[in-house]
Write a protein that binds this ligand. Structure first.
Ligand SMILES: C[S@@+](CC[C@H](N)C(=O)[O-])C[C@H]1O[C@@H](n2cnc3c(N)ncnc32)[C@H](O)[C@@H]1O
Length: 670
């Protein structure tokens, strides 16, 4: 076995504080020379004298790597350092913590998880990814409260933890030890209980679970995307993802599952999170039948269209069902500063099937939870994204949920090379300068000329407001919208030699594009300058457009600009329309309160895919009918008043136009 790694830079002192603090809690002895003192602590002697064995097992020794001053400073600071987890969160570099999904849970949230799981301290509990031990110490407090006479050896059998980060293991052992001592006025008397081992195991809970099962599994598993895992860890865990049906190739044919091919299509997209695998793996290995699991988890697992579907099956690989008992959505106020996703507390029970609707509470801005329900947006597909909200709202939303006959589309995607295609016009003759920092990769600043025919007004997400959109630049579109790939090079060199020369100057940058869209085009033989997601619809005269990343839909109508169709960029979603009236009507429906509530009920508000084209697969936006006066009236209101149209008047006009449809009617026929 490899020697455990030393703590990363900046955390050496934290590791020292945890070691020296734990030793100080069990022994008053202090050697005069700091290094000798540390060597004595690291020998394990103070712990063994107190009847604790293996305290520093799997924890790297530091005595060879630190100075006497550092040890003295750590001893000095012991007075102030109370909550090791909190100190860790403050000190550990944010990037590496984020990469490893290390967000320690505040005490109020730990209590919520334990309360929801009905944990009163009378049964066994494991936190399989325990960090600095917040769940373990809270569980110990409950166990002590319930049975003040519980001995240390009872408690170490009852409440256990695991982590794969040695520093977390050390901090959790130190916190656990202090919590044990807290309730033992007489200290740990080895005569009454014999040697004990602080039960925080240094191991990977997914790959090497403990060989026993517990009444409750509680914790906050790491939220780390599949793509952020190391290649080695992806390979090692792949069979487990497949086994639990969290990956397309592993889709099992159990009831309620979509067919393998469909799963391929939907699970291929979106973010698969290590927390999903952690839930399934530990529920299978370490949770007793009938036991409860309470995890702090990203709300995305309930709402993401593709990647969450496997998770929402709630059946373990061996066929054991999991029953989701409740979800507490913590709303937009994240308890984890710096974490991008919304947090939720999920409580489930092993051995019964999930029944919809599920109690689902949501905390709004004031932090007060409001009770609601959750159910799959598609009643025929239990793995579809969840529709959530107050129960009466979910009932009325059902009337507008369904697929629309309109199709929304994503804007043009340059594959991260916006700096090549996004241009400032310097004159009417096609003189242009690029916007070098516009894309993922910075490209050199250049000036040149291109044929004006290939320049189109560029609409960025920031250019769109509710009922108002105005392009703020130009985009070079060397694209055949019918074949959905770059114009053939031969034609380019005959008709658009200037644009071809411009693109040639960026050949290296374009060849370096790594996105799936443009790469698949180029690998299939399309010209090196092909752009993704440019079709005849992109070139439609009238469109209704809205930003994809948002916390509400703000739709606007765009027509021609300087006589040319406006091209929305990739972070915009649009619907191509036949007429201005149709676009105005759709903008009215999309900006209505009802559409906003429907969208918010099954998507991740504020997330990267909130306003993505999938919205129209689940909200049955009615088709514009010019023969219906109520439809034309709504369109005229939007056209004439635009941003001045009040939400009340808009909702009234939308309702008159059959949105929402009468009970029993369908939105499509409204
Ligand atoms: C989000 S933190 C939560 C820590 C703690 N449960 C809490 O809530 O304060 C996740 C922890 O999981 C640990 N971890 C990540 N993958 C693990 C694995 N496969 N097995 C055990 N621990 C793991 C990390 O080291 C980190 O301490």
């Amino acid at each position: 076995m490899n020697a455990p790694a030393l703590p990363e830079e900046g955390l050496t002192d934290l590791s020292l504080v945890a070691k020296l603090g734990a030793a100080g809690a069990v022994s008053t002895r202090r050697l005069r020379d700091p290094i000798e003192h540390l060597a004595w602590v690291e020998s394990g002697a103070p712990f063994e004298e107190a009847g604790i064995v293996g305290f520093l097992e799997a924890i790297p020794s530091q005595v060879e790597h630190v100075s006497g001053d550092e040890v003295a400073a750590a001893l000095e600071s012991l007075q102030d350092e109370k909550d090791l987890g909190e100190i860790y969160m403050r000190r550990a570099p944010r990037r590496s913590r984020h990469r490893r999904g290390e967000y320690y849970t505040p005490a109020w949230l730990v209590d919520l998880v334990l309360d929801r799981g009905g944990y009163d301290g009378g049964s066994s509990l494991v936190d399989p990814m325990c960090g600095a031990g917040a769940f373990l110490t809270a569980a110990l407090v409950r166990a002590r409260r319930r049975n003040p006479r519980a001995t240390a050896s009872d408690l170490v059998r009852q409440i256990q933890g695991m982590d794969l980060n040695p520093l977390a293991v050390l901090m959790a052992r130190a916190s656990y030890l202090m919590a044990l001592l807290d309730g033992c006025a007489a200290g740990l008397d080895r005569k009454t209980h014999g040697p004990i081992r602080i039960p925080v195991h240094s191991a990977d809970a997914i790959l090497s679970p403990l060989p026993r099962q517990f009444d409750m599994v509680a914790g906050n598993p790491p939220w780390v995307g599949w793509e952020s895992l190391s290649a080695e860890y992806r390979e090692t865990t792949r069979p487990l993802w497949l086994r639990h049906g969290l990956f397309p190739e592993g889709a099992r044919g159990s009831a309620g599952r979509s067919s393998g091919r469909r799963m391929q299509a939907i699970l291929g997209r979106g973010r698969k999170d290590l927390a999903m695998l952690a839930t399934y793996a530990v529920a299978e290995s370490m949770l007793k039948p009938g036991g409860r699991l309470g995890f702090v988890i990203s709300q995305a697992v309930f709402k993401s269209v593709g990647s969450g579907a496997g998770f929402r099956c709630f059946v373990l690989a061996d066929g054991t069902p999991l029953k989701v008992l409740s979800v507490d959505d913590l709303g937009s106020r994240t308890p984890f500063p710096g974490a991008a996703s919304r947090a939720a507390v999920m409580t489930l029970m092993k051995g019964e099937r999930t029944q919809y609707p599920i109690p689902y509470s949501i905390r709004s801005g004031d932090g007060v939870p409001r009770q609601g329900i959750a159910q799959p947006v598609d009643p025929l597909d239990p793995t579809s994204a969840w529709l959530t909200g107050p129960s009466d709202l979910v009932g009325s939303l059902r009337r507008v949920i369904g697929s629309s006959s309109y199709r929304a589309r994503a804007g043009a995607y340059t594959g991260g090379a916006n700096g090549v295609y996004w241009l400032r016009r310097l004159g009417d003759d096609g003189s242009v300068a690029n916007i070098p920092g516009a894309g993922k990769r910075h490209v050199p600043q250049r000036r040149g000329r291109v044929e004006p025919d290939l320049l189109y007004p560029l609409l960025r997400a920031a250019d769109i407001k509710r009922f108002h959109a105005a392009p703020s630049g130009w985009i070079l579109i060397p694209q055949d919208p019918i074949r959905r790939r770059g114009i053939d090079e031969r034609i380019m060199s005959e008709r658009y030699p200037l644009a071809l020369a411009w693109l040639e100057r960026f050949r290296a940058e374009l060849a370096a594009r790594r996105d799936r869209g443009t790469r698949s085009l180029v690998e299939a033989g399309a010209p090196f300058y092909s752009i993704f997601s440019v079709s005849v619809e992109t070139m439609a005269t009238w469109k209704v457009v809205w930003p994809r990343i948002a916390s509400r839909v703000n739709a606007a109508v765009v027509g021609l600009h300087e006589g040319k169709p406006v091209v929305p960029q990739e972070t915009c979603t649009f619907i191509a329309c036949e007429t201005q009236e149709e676009a105005c009507f759709l903008a009215g429906v999309l900006n209505s309160s009802l559409f906003g509530e429907a969208a918010a009920s099954f998507t991740q508000v504020g997330g990267k895919s909130f306003g993505a084209p999938h919205l129209l697969r689940h909200v049955a936006v009615p088709r514009y009918d010019p023969a219906r006066a109520s439809h034309s009236r709504l369109a005229a209101l939007v056209r004439d008043l635009g941003p001045a149209l009040s939400i009340r008047d808009l909702d009234a006009a939308a309702a008159a136009a059959g949105w929402p449809p009468e009970p029993g009617g369908s939105a499509k026929s409204a």
